[in-house]
Structure formats: C-alpha cells, structure tokens
Design a protein around this ligand. Structure first.
Ligand SMILES: [Zn+2]
Length: 267
C-alpha cells in the first residue's frame, strides 16, 4: 500500500491526483495544452453526449447494453451491444442508399471543417414541431456572409437539453416530435457545397415527418449528416473549427462519433 501511495505521489507531480480505485485528472490538461505547445489560444469544446443506456435514439427502440467482465490476467473488459445510431452519431450515405458510401469510406477530410453555427434555440423554444426553413439560413447569411463552400453547418435548436431524456422524442399518436430541417433548407446547403450538416436533435428531418426528405437530399449528394450533438451553445456563429470523427465500422450505415470544436479564446 505504501508503495502505491509513493507511486501516486510521484504522479501528482505530473498533474494527476489519486482517488481510491481510480486515477483522476486533477486538472484538465487539454485546457492549456494547445496554448503551451503551439502558442495558439484555443479552447476545446466537447460536442458529444456520453454513450450509456440513457443516450437518446430516434424512432427505433434504444439498444445499449454494457457488460463488464474480468478477462484473463485480471484485466477488466466490456462487451457493448448497441444501436449504431445512438447518441451523437453520423449517418453514412449507405444508411439510405445501399450502394452509397459506408462510414469507413467517408474521408477524414470531410469530417473536419470551419463551422457555421445557426443559433435558433430562442426561436425554437419548446416547439417540438419547429422546422428550420431556408429563410433561417438566409437570415444567418445576411448577418455573417454566405455560408462558405467546404464548411460544416451546425443547427442549434437547444434540444440537447433532452439528450438523456425521453422528451427528446415526445411521442403521441402521430409519432415522435422534435425539430429538424426542411427539404428546401437541405437543398440550400447542398447548393452551398458544405461538407456536412449537424444538428442537436435526434434526426436531421423533423420528428413528425414520415418522408425523410432532408436525409435523402443531403446523403444523395454525399454530405455527412450528424445528429445528437450537444454544447452548440458554446460555439460562436462563426470562427470555430469542428471535428466530427466516426468510429470506423466496416461498411457501417451509422456510427457513434466523437465531436469537438476548437474555439479561439478571447483574452
Ligand atoms: Zn439520421
């Protein structure tokens, strides 16, 4: 025991602190890492919901089962059985078109880009049937300029407050209700030649729409579609750089992603 304490005492010098049974970061080293190493004053914003049996999933029944087991040699392992479109995830074109590219075929260069964040949370409020229109995007462009080619458009509805809550998909006889984007808004984004579109609801199409037009329009043109983002409130309308990186599932139609953004710190 004494030996362990000494080891952990040493680790404290390196920036760790010790709590029983676990090593915990005393301070998030990533906060200042970019500052120190390359002199950029950048903040990292995590845009990902943790995967658990509370993470939201649309329409289909949620599957998330994590079994912890002790492997040989006394190490701990986990077997996970889950829906690939759970929590913060990406849809590949093959989700809608069988011949379309799978998750593993999406180039990494398409998964990172400067972000245009469309803040609509005040307009959306509690309206679970809110539809993001072409006009909402044009309004953004009137303030911040034309959405640039090869950028990533992120739609902030504020719905991430329900990310681990059944209200993310308030069900009635008509089905599931949550905000999404119109087919015309999707067509405008294809026209702008952006790399992809992300949203903080369960799906890019509004929950109450039977036909998934926005999905079809975006995936047919091989744009990436990301759903279930969180923390978009922490991003400025313009000026951040996002990374939306999927797990590389061979021929996967959907995959959980780690999403984060770099935002310039104002000192
Ligand atoms: Zn989808």
């Amino acid at each position: 025991m004494l030996l362990i304490i000494i080891i952990f005492d040493n680790l404290i010098v390196l920036g760790y602190s010790y709590s029983i049974g676990r090593i915990q970061w005393r301070k998030d080293p990533s906060e200042k890492l970019l500052d120190r190493s390359i002199g950029w004053k950048l903040k990292i914003v995590d845009l990902t919901v943790s995967l658990s049996d509370r993470a939201a999933v649309s329409h289909e029944k949620r599957v998330f089962v994590k079994k912890v087991r002790e492997g040989e040699s006394g190490i701990w392992m986990e077997d996970i059985h889950m829906t690939s479109g759970i929590g913060t995830h990406m849809d590949a074109p093959s989700h809608f078109y069988q011949e379309g590219r799978g998750i593993d075929e999406i180039p990494l260069s398409q998964c990172m880009a400067p972000a245009c964040v469309i803040h609509l949370e005040e307009k959306v409020g509690d309206n679970s049937d809110f539809v993001v229109m072409e006009e909402d995007l044009i309004e953004w462009e009137e303030r911040y300029g034309i959405i640039p080619e090869s950028s990533m458009v992120l739609i902030h509805t504020g719905w991430d407050r329900f990310a681990e809550d059944n209200r993310s998909c308030s069900k009635d006889k008509k089905g599931c209700h949550f905000p999404g984007i119109s087919s015309k808004a999707a067509a405008l984004l294809v026209d702008r030649q952006v790399r992809g579109v992300g949203i903080d609801t369960l799906e890019i199409d509004p929950g109450n729409k039977k036909e998934l037009k926005a999905h079809q329009i975006l995936l047919q043109e091989e744009l990436i579609v990301v759903e279930g983002l969180t923390n978009l409130s922490k991003l400025p309308p313009k000026g951040s750089f996002v990374f939306l990186i999927p797990i590389k599932i061979a021929e996967g139609a959907e995959a959980p992603i780690r999403a984060f953004a770099l935002v310039e710190e104002v000192y």
